[in-house]
Design a protein around this ligand. Structure first.
Ligand code: BGC
Length: 397
């Protein structure tokens, strides 16, 4: 039996996002999308009621030896109407932040995790240039009200996915399939991040700010030389282009990693197909080595602190979760041994939650939620993870 030790001060966490767990978010684009698009299995409704039950959840996080917790803020609660900021929502988030602190949890906060206020969706959208200013104004209000209580700030969760799904595939709001609007929205997201970065840094110069991106370890579908060349270009665009564009306006590299993928050509240009035999309930191939490859790539390219901000498995029977986590941590540790400066790992997700288009069937949680009673039940795999978090090391057999 050997032990893989993680660096001192390593952050051990788990994450959730506002719309997926808070419940009652009726003033955002997703609420309307759930009702009207016909592309969503079920409505989010009261979700896990984290908005009211956060104390219970933070206490569970503490019992599981986590030392960090990732949540997102719901822009539509903070700015329910254009230009009208609701101080009671800010105060509510302050209570949540203080409670995290009281439970020994570092506060890792995302400003935009897929949802935007309904007014923004109806009147603007990321393809409108005004979105840049509107987002940075919201970011500034958050910094003024809560900045002192945040340990690490993510402006935008998975910007590439926001524009790919929203403007090319069209299965998420605003449901467009328009390459021209896609480019505009993409450019605006880059600028929205940069402007928000500058305005928050004016108030809190030492607060680490960055983004987190959905990444894949790519494999080649074809063998031809041009296919390899093209796949490399796609990989680089897919994983790294947004980080490249925001250049030095980022203090860390946030990585969300779930699976490796092959490139298959089709509309819009390509699709990712899994090729592993073992797949999760989502149909995603389990490929722990990918986290090593991605982390090394990020380290070589940017030489900045790296946080794995999402890695997890939909596994309703909790059969594979513990080995999924330990397998990925073993691969991550290899990257650390090779010199990558990794500062934290966040399992996704803390609670079973609303999995967007898939509704409630996908169960990613360390903690199981009974959606009828809202009762929380810690899964056996969570106790395995808790051991690693406590000892700061992984035992390998
Ligand atoms: C998103 C989460 C989502 C998870 C699993 C990530 O891309 O940030 O909101 O639940 O994937 O699909």
């Amino acid at each position: 039996m050997s032990k893989l030790k993680f660096p001192d001060g390593f952050l051990w966490g788990a994450g959730v996002s506002s719309h997926q767990v808070e419940g009652g978010n009726t003033k955002n684009d997703w609420y309307s999308w759930e009702k009207n698009s016909g592309k969503v299995k079920e409505e989010s409704g009261r979700a896990c009621d984290y908005w009211n039950r956060f104390r219970e959840d933070h206490k569970i996080a503490k019992d599981l030896n986590l030392n960090a917790f990732r949540i997102s803020l719901e822009w539509s609660r903070i700015e329910p109407d254009e230009g009208n900021f609701d101080m009671s929502a800010i105060e509510h988030y302050r209570k949540m932040f203080l409670d995290m602190k009281a439970n020994g949890l570092r506060r890792i906060i995302t400003l935009h995790h897929y949802t935007v206020p309904l007014w923004f969706f109806q009147k603007y959208g990321w393809h409108k240039n005004k979105s840049v200013e509107l987002f940075s104004r919201y970011a500034e209000k958050v910094a003024e009200g809560l900045g002192g209580e945040i340990d690490l700030l993510i402006t935008i969760n998975e910007p590439r996915l926001v524009v790919n799904r929203g403007y090319l595939v069209g299965d998420r709001p605003p449901g467009k399939r328009n390459p021209f609007l896609f480019w505009r929205a993409r450019r605006n997201l880059v600028q929205a991040h940069e402007k928000a970065y500058d305005s928050i840094k004016r108030i809190y110069p030492d607060l680490p700010i960055g983004i987190t991106q959905f990444t894949n370890d790519f494999d080649y579908f074809g063998r031809g030389r041009w296919q390899n060349w093209l796949t490399e270009k796609i990989e680089s665009f897919y994983n790294w282009h947004f980080f490249d564009e925001i250049k030095d306006k980022q203090d860390f590299i946030g990585i969300n990693y779930y699976y490796g993928a092959k490139v298959k050509w089709c509309y819009p240009f390509y699709e990712l197909a899994t090729y592993e035999k073992r797949v999760t309930d989502m149909g995603w191939g389990v490929m722990p080595e990918g986290i090593y490859e991605i982390t090394m790539d990020a380290w070589k390219k940017y030489q900045k602190p790296i946080y794995i901000l999402e890695n997890g498995i939909a596994d309703s029977e909790d059969k594979y979760r513990a080995s999924f986590i330990s397998g990925h941590l073993r691969a991550l540790h290899k990257a650390i041994r090779k010199g990558a400066f990794v500062q934290g790992y966040f399992y996704w997700s803390f609670l079973d939650n609303y999995e967007w288009n898939d509704g409630y069937a996908m169960r990613f949680g360390l903690v199981e939620v009974d959606y009828k009673t809202l009762e929380r039940k810690i899964r056996p795999s969570a106790w395995e993870y808790a051991k690693i978090c406590k000892s700061n090391e992984l035992e390998t057999g």
